[in-house]
Write a protein that binds this ligand. Structure first.
Ligand SMILES: [Zn+2]
Length: 342
């Protein structure tokens, strides 16, 4: 097991990689403890949970709403929760995002932690203290920054994950390597088969390295003023694809990274051979690198991006594998690039 600490303005977060769900009790304080989880995970892991009250929510992006938060608030009132309580979200990114938001706002904030059950939340969503819900068709429109006290990453829990969801997590691992570590990228190129076969040691290394890269970025820029934007590599186009083509997050990010790498080559930042390595790795892992799409719809979605600034968007580009830069790209250039590349 390995522990990585993230020191944020809103507190310190302890990420325990390789820890087991059975040791959850050790990490929690408070007199009364509550688990928030989804119906599938509750069915699957109920026997391994400590004997605490459980609030069960539904599954899927569709439940990431204020209504679900209200439902949780009602349950918390019924359970007579006071400020000495501790909340634990057990689940993937959706459960963690909702739990973090509900716990941070109920009675002006209760202490909380996560048990991350998906690769995506272990390497990404659980780390960094962003939480919130979707609103009015916009992703993560309502929310706040608040670090969980801890995140337990139990690699054993990944074994129950559908393959597609596992792939989503790998997209974020590739992203972390692309923006922050050439070594991790080379390791992935060599060991992706072992990782896909859920080899414990390989996964633990991937999760650890990913969390460390993200933690370093978050440490410098918790509230996303500059450095943290690098974590959006592949996500600007990715989010637009999620919205317009209804693609799962990981697949959309994979396509977004291929696009951002190609744009980096077009702008003479990144050698073509490195863009090809990124595309090859994603392809070998089983993530999509090509799509036929409605260009107008994509552009429209890009223009509605909440990070839009005037006539362009800040885009994360690469100077090399392991080195990211941020440049403002005018919409006109984006339009041309989309036409050229698709
Ligand atoms: Zn992502």
């Amino acid at each position: 097991m390995k522990t990585i600490e993230i020191h944020g303005q809103t507190g310190t977060s302890e990420i325990a990689v390789g820890e087991s769900l059975e040791n959850l009790e050790k990490y929690t304080g408070g007199t009364k403890k509550i688990i928030i989880t989804d119906e599938n995970l509750n069915r699957f892991y109920h026997k391994r949970f400590p004997p605490w009250d459980i609030i069960e929510i539904g599954t899927g992006e569709k439940i990431k709403t204020l209504e679900t938060v209200e439902y949780i608030f009602k349950k918390l009132v019924e359970l007579e929760i006071d400020r000495s309580c501790f909340i634990v979200g057990v689940g993937g990114g959706i459960v963690c995002d909702i739990t973090g938001f509900a716990a941070s706002t109920f009675m002006r904030g209760l202490p909380f932690g996560f048990v991350s059950t998906s690769l995506l939340s272990q390497v990404d969503a659980g780390v960094g203290g962003k939480n919130g819900v979707n609103f009015y068709g916009y992703k993560n429109m309502i929310g706040l920054f608040n670090q969980p006290n801890f995140v337990i990453c139990d690699p054993g829990m990944l074994k129950t994950l559908p393959h597609k969801e596992l792939l989503s997590g790998f997209a974020e691992v590739v992203k972390h390597a692309a923006i922050g570590s050439r070594e991790l990228f080379a390791f992935l190129e060599k060991n992706f088969k072992k990782a896909l076969a859920l080899d414990g040691e390989t996964l633990e290394k991937l999760v650890c390295e990913s969390v460390t890269i993200k933690a370093d970025v978050v440490r410098i820029d918790e509230k996303e003023k500059g450095e943290r934007r690098k974590l959006n590599f592949g996500h600007t186009l990715g989010h637009a694809l999620e919205k317009t083509a209804g693609l799962p997050h990981g697949e959309a990010v994979s396509l977004g990274m291929v696009f951002a790498a190609a744009l980096s080559v077009k702008r003479n930042k990144l050698p073509l051979s490195e863009a090809e390595r990124i595309r090859d790795l994603l392809e070998q892992i089983g993530l999509p690198t090509e799509i036929s799409l409605d260009k107008e719809k994509i552009l429209d979605a890009l223009k509605k991006d909440k990070k839009r600034e005037g006539d362009g968007l800040h885009f994360v580009l690469l100077e090399s594998i392991g080195q990211a830069i941020i440049e403002k790209i005018p919409f006109q250039e984006l339009e041309m690039a989309i036409h050229d590349l698709y």
